[in-house]
Design a protein around this ligand. Structure first.
Ligand SMILES: O=C(O)CCC(=O)C(=O)O
Length: 261
């Protein structure tokens, strides 16, 4: 599936280049990471899975919580942004689906570990959230937000006809500076200088640290849905998400009953 003409996942110099990008920019974009045939196969499998996707919508601050009225009107902690998305959960992928095979392939985990400069990296322990296919249709968008996790790996599978851009206010906050004035300007569309569009053409793999970079997906326009695969990892084994998060994103909890068949 991987475009080995362009990328050698075992090449230490390439891994070092990606690690430097992550360190300097908080984002590393690898265009044409999947070869065109693989993109076609994944898109076809996604088309088959989308009828069972779960649709959810959210209305939260960029910090993924409710508005905090202790802050003045217009403050980022008091500003809500909207989102809507459909998701295929990890346990909905079929045994032979290629995205699942890619996610479960150890050399990819090892490559990502190297790019993130980590000693240990594990696939997420969440039976629903470890691998997601996010499907966004006409009118869907994801409002400006920071992620709770340190990093996300996404692979673009299909672009919408218009909109659906991944916009990034790169490293706009840090551990010791929330930088609320700049965050507020971005929320009000007053600082285009701080925002760039990451080129997520189908087949692109993006490593992204969304904890410090505020990002959004602009509204989808047109009939073709936007498909993005989200691969989740953690520095600790067996990390799981809360039941509240599962209920809001997937509308259910994982089944604990194993089928006898
Ligand atoms: O769909 C994308 O490209 C990004 C999704 C995202 O920002 C998120 O799930 O937090």
């Amino acid at each position: 599936m991987i475009n080995t003409h362009l990328y050698n996942l075992a090449d230490p110099a390439f891994i070092e280049h990606c690690a430097q990008q992550m360190g300097n920019e908080g984002v590393c974009i690898l265009p044409e990471f999947l070869n065109p045939q693989a993109v076609q196969v994944v898109r076809h499998e996604a088309d088959e899975l989308v009828p069972i996707a779960f649709r959810s919508s959210s209305n939260a601050t960029p910090y993924l919580g409710p508005a905090n009225e202790e802050f003045p009107l217009g403050h980022p902690r008091r500003t809500l942004t909207q989102g809507s998305v459909e998701v295929i959960a990890y346990d909905q992928f079929r045994a032979n689906d290629s995205l699942r095979a890619l996610y479960e392939w150890d050399p990819l985990l090892e490559f990502i570990r190297g790019c993130l400069g980590l000693q240990k990296l594990y696939r997420y322990g969440d039976p629903l959230g470890a691998l997601n296919l996010a499907v966004m249709r006409s009118g869907d968008a994801l409002g400006w937000h920071f992620d709770m996790a340190d990093f996300v790996v996404s692979i673009a599978i299909q672009s919408s006809i218009k909109g659906g851009e991944f916009e990034n206010a790169k490293q706009i906050r840090s551990n010791d500076d929330e930088n609320y004035p700049a965050v507020q300007r971005v929320l009000n569309d007053q600082s285009p200088d701080l925002v760039r569009t990451e080129p997520m053409t189908p087949g692109t793999l993006m490593l992204f640290n969304g904890r410090w970079s505020m990002h959004r997906v602009t509204a989808i326009e047109g009939e073709r849905a936007r498909y993005v695969a989200l691969l989740a990892y953690d520095t600790k084994p067996n990390t799981d998400s809360s039941e509240t998060l599962k209920m809001s994103r997937y509308g259910r909890l994982p089944s604990t009953m194993k089928s006898a068949h």
